[in-house]
Write a protein that binds this ligand. Structure first.
Ligand SMILES: CSCCC(=O)C(=O)COP(=O)(O)O
Ligand SMILES: [Mg+2]
Length: 228
């Protein structure tokens, strides 16, 4: 492996369990979204994302109720919409601050991130969750506030996670040659895109525990198996 100088990690299925996102975060946002939109729908930020969501759906004139129903459907479909993710992040803030939940971290993640940082590597996050939601996630994690470990965050405002151009932009923003950056994810299409952009890749296969015979990317059961 060429020297790795930076690690970019996905969240759901990589640092943290898919179950936490689907069973805790999504229902929390789903339950509160209608009241949130009613209460905050006239603030410029919320208005902007409601407009972006309607635009994404190709709706020219939608009532607030129609947009709410569409967003609820998108939550159920786990649609990776930048607008939905921004709104979800705003709703999750209260839950973290009230102590309703803490973000799940697989047990070895925090220590491994600390070790990589101590070795001089720069750490970044790239997730479909919005950057504010990522900061809340790592700020209120089961392993404590992990934000001091990270040098930067990327979300789908940089581009979709299955597109090569997104990883080219990330490498440029980090200021490293792509070959010196390791991207970690559980989704093979994201890894394919990162590899096409010249990044090194690590495929987290936490569940199921079986590794395919000829994986397209170096495959790991957890972060401790990754030797840099
Ligand atoms: C950090 S926000 C919660 C996770 C989320 O909404 C999401 O879509 C995670 O997707 P990922 O790209 O991290 O697999
Ligand atoms: Mg993932």
């Amino acid at each position: 492996m060429t020297t790795i100088r930076a690690v970019v990690t996905d969240i759901e299925g990589t640092t943290s369990s898919i179950r936490f996102v689907k069973d805790v975060l999504f229902p929390y946002a789903r339950e509160r979204l209608p009241a949130f939109v009613e209460t905050h729908g006239d603030t410029p930020e919320v208005q902007h994302w409601l407009h972006e969501a309607a635009k994404e759906a190709g709706i020219v004139e939608a009532s607030r109720q129609e947009v709410i129903e569409m967003l609820l459907r998108w939550i159920d479909e786990d649609r990776k919409s930048t607008a939905l993710k921004a709104l979800q992040g705003m709703i999750w803030k209260d839950g973290y601050e009230n102590g309703d939940y803490q973000a799940h971290m697989y047990p070895e993640v925090s220590a491994r991130l600390h070790a990589w940082r101590a070795d001089g590597l720069h750490l970044y996050v790239y997730s479909s969750g919005s950057v504010p939601a990522q900061k809340l996630f790592f700020g209120y994690s089961e392993a404590g506030d992990l934000r001091p470990l990270f040098s930067g965050y990327f979300d789908t405002e940089t581009g979709a996670k299955r597109e090569r151009a997104s990883y080219e932009k990330i490498a440029e923003a980090i200021g490293e040659q792509p070959g010196h950056i390791l991207f970690l994810s559980d989704i093979v299409e994201e890894l394919d895109a990162a590899k096409a952009a010249g990044l090194q890749t690590g495929w987290l296969l936490r569940e199921p525990l079986t590794v395919p015979d000829a994986p397209r990317h170096p495959a790991y059961r957890d972060f401790d198996a990754i030797v840099l």
